[in-house]
Design a binder for this molecule. Structure first.
Ligand SMILES: C[S@@+](CC[C@H](N)C(=O)[O-])C[C@H]1O[C@@H](n2cnc3c(N)ncnc32)[C@H](O)[C@@H]1O
Length: 222
């Protein structure tokens, strides 16, 4: 088989070719009900550490890099947002320990993102810029609830405010994310993006495989 006759697989294989039919109902349900899952003890400790770290710096604007993996993007975001304090969050200690650099301007923390967002909300803290770069796609249609926008903690993002940027190599995921964001008060645009200098390891890998990449950028408008 030569290159022209090879069947090109889509980057993400799924039984879903369009936004999930239950998406709107799911987000609406999560907006109506309070998410009651207890905060894991380690996330509470991490949050206390983060608030002390921010206070020591005079509580500058906060930039969050949720699902940061090895923190490659966190370092880059700290360079980009020079006046801010940047916090990268990931639940995987294994990924976080691969980060070789350190800086006074950013912090990498092991935490579950959704309960961490909940703690920010409970403390009335706002986020200036929030990045969610290549969250796990959970591609089976039965896995909608595991996607960021299908999670009961998703509406918390509206309380944190600011701008949101989400990147994915699965167009359906990005479309769902954009639709769900509109339901919680973010105005934004979804576009295919060209990457010249990758921000994350996954972005680098997808670029090398020629995957189409999608970027939602939004701002909270209430
Ligand atoms: C596909 S990787 C992307 C990592 C990085 N953003 C990148 O682009 O290289 C998704 C990351 O999300 C993390 N993750 C998944 N669910 C999480 C959650 N609920 N809270 C915190 N981290 C989570 C995983 O450990 C993993 O590092």
């Amino acid at each position: 088989m030569n290159e022209d006759t090879q069947i090109k697989q889509p980057p993400v294989q799924s039984d879903q070719q369009a936004p999930h039919p239950d998406l709107e109902a799911q987000v609406a349900k999560h907006c109506r009900t309070r998410w009651l899952k207890p905060i894991p003890e380690h996330t509470q400790k991490t949050f206390d550490y983060a608030t002390a770290w921010l206070a020591e710096r005079g509580n500058p604007p906060l930039v969050l890099d949720s699902f940061c993996g090895t923190g490659m993007s966190t370092k880059r975001l700290a360079e980009h947002h020079g006046d801010a304090a940047v916090i990268g969050l990931d639940k995987s200690a294994h990924r976080l320990t691969k980060h070789a650099n350190s800086s006074d301007q950013y912090l990498l923390l092991r935490a579950e993102c959704e309960p961490f967002w909940q703690l920010l909300k409970s403390s009335n803290m706002k986020v200036a810029h929030h990045y969610l770069l290549y969250p796990n796609p959970w591609p089976k249609s039965s896995q909608l609830k595991r996607r960021v926008h299908g999670h009961p903690g998703f509406p918390i993002l509206a309380h944190l405010g600011g701008t949101l940027e989400m990147r994915s190599n699965w167009q359906v995921y990005a479309q769902e994310f954009a639709l769900a964001c509109a339901l919680i008060g973010f105005e934004g645009t979804l576009e295919q993006m060209k990457v010249t200098a990758p921000w994350t390891l996954f972005e680098k890998k997808y670029g090398e495989r020629n995957h189409a990449l999608w970027c939602f950028k939004g701002i909270f408008s209430g």
